[in-house]
Design a protein around this ligand. Sequence first.
Ligand SMILES: Cc1cc2nc3c(=O)[nH]c(=O)nc-3n(C[C@H](O)[C@H](O)[C@H](O)COP(=O)(O)O)c2cc1C
Length: 464
Amino acid sequence: MSFTRDNHNNPGVKGLPYFTPQHAVSPGTPNAKNTAPVPTLFKPLSIRGSTLRNRILVAPMCQYSTAAFGPETGSLTDYHIATLGHYALKGAALVFIEATGVQPSGRISPNCPGLWSDAQIPALRRVSDFINSQGALSGIQLAHAGRKGSTAAPWTTSSKPGSKISARAGADVGGWPEDVVGPMGGEEWTWDGKSSTDPSGGFWAPRGLTEEDISQLVEDWASAAERAVKAGVKVIEIHGAHGYLIHQFLSPISNRRRDKYGGGFEGRTRLLIEIITAIRKVIPETMPLFLRISSTEWQETSKLGSWDVESSIRLAKLLPDLGVDLLDVSSGGNNPQAKIPMHNNYQVAIADRIRAAVKADGKELLIGAVGLITEAEQARDILEEGGATRTGNGTDGVEADIDKETKAVVQMTETKDGGAPQADVVLVARQFMREPEWVFRVAYKLGLDIGWPSQFLRVSFQKL
Ligand SMILES: Cc1cc2nc3c(=O)[nH]c(=O)nc-3n(C[C@H](O)[C@H](O)[C@H](O)COP(=O)(O)O)c2cc1C
């Protein structure tokens, strides 16, 4: 049987073992009928050898859906094709595969994916090929959970669906209590500060990494990156955020080492810089490299100091020379006691600050904004020259504006000040889970006529 063309002579997407048509217009891009002005949000963006078809990216989202035991451990499955595939089909520019462990002990849970073995490449290739076949770019977030590793999938930890309460995963369910690692070792260094025998705690006591372990770790990040390239992945993101291993090293609160990986800014950023350098060495020059950080751990008042926006700005200025193309600006995750002022600009304002500081230094670094981006106009304005919105300096403690009954975050009204764009791309997570066709919705709200997948063309765009 030949899968090479349909009866309209559409040759199909090459390199796949099945027929899927080449779309006349890539989903999520303006089509020939569009007469509306195209906002930056829907303009392509080239980064090294790859082009984003618009500026809406699916942020990495853990799904805890790979095998914890046996030969398939850590390998992606058809579940990932179905979930990530539909974001690609429905117009997202780049679809990130969730935090993927570069070592078995680098997974968050026993059911998280990994890329520590060549055996994991074919399954990744299937997911990546499908994403790429729809005109999106496949991305993977490489990660090491450090002292937040070996925890259980959230739905197993509480009767409340979606609960964020963590629970330890023991060896009986595929966990690795003996091999949870961090910059520091011992019971006093569990993430939540509760000893690993305390039934109310959710984390294991880490073992402090030796310099030898760190050399192996850096090699393993590079090997995982090489495997991602072999699997056809187009973009790699290093996970340096949310209190996972790299963040644990960056923060003076969680890193009190006295060797070359601790101490001042230079020591605490050393691991990250070694990882970036090792990855850049083994991936093609044409491949974009992204980095996600927690731009602040919301602990500015800590007596030990903290990883704050100023630290992020200092780091951001080093990134272009190291070969990082885009900084994805998230926050939090390293301290259970942190109070995060959640409102719909809480992280975007920080992205804006970092972008302005890097630009003022004459450096070229793309900035990604993420966090509570749910509305079309909001996404458009973040990227628009002259349409940017501002509230304070990004960490000035704007109080959460929460609806008392529904507990929902209330959108804040902000004034436009005619400034520069706040970011170059937006990354969106939960809104895509609510509404996988969010790109079509955004285009519709902004009055744009955009391409849909060929198979969906009998759906009327106006009726969305
Ligand atoms: C279910 C779920 C899983 C997540 N997994 C990851 C992850 O693997 N890596 C990561 O950096 N962030 C992860 N995040 C954070 C998101 O990427 C995103 O930064 C955050 O949800 C804020 O964006 P949003 O308001 O658009 O959801 C996850 C978020 C959710 C809701």
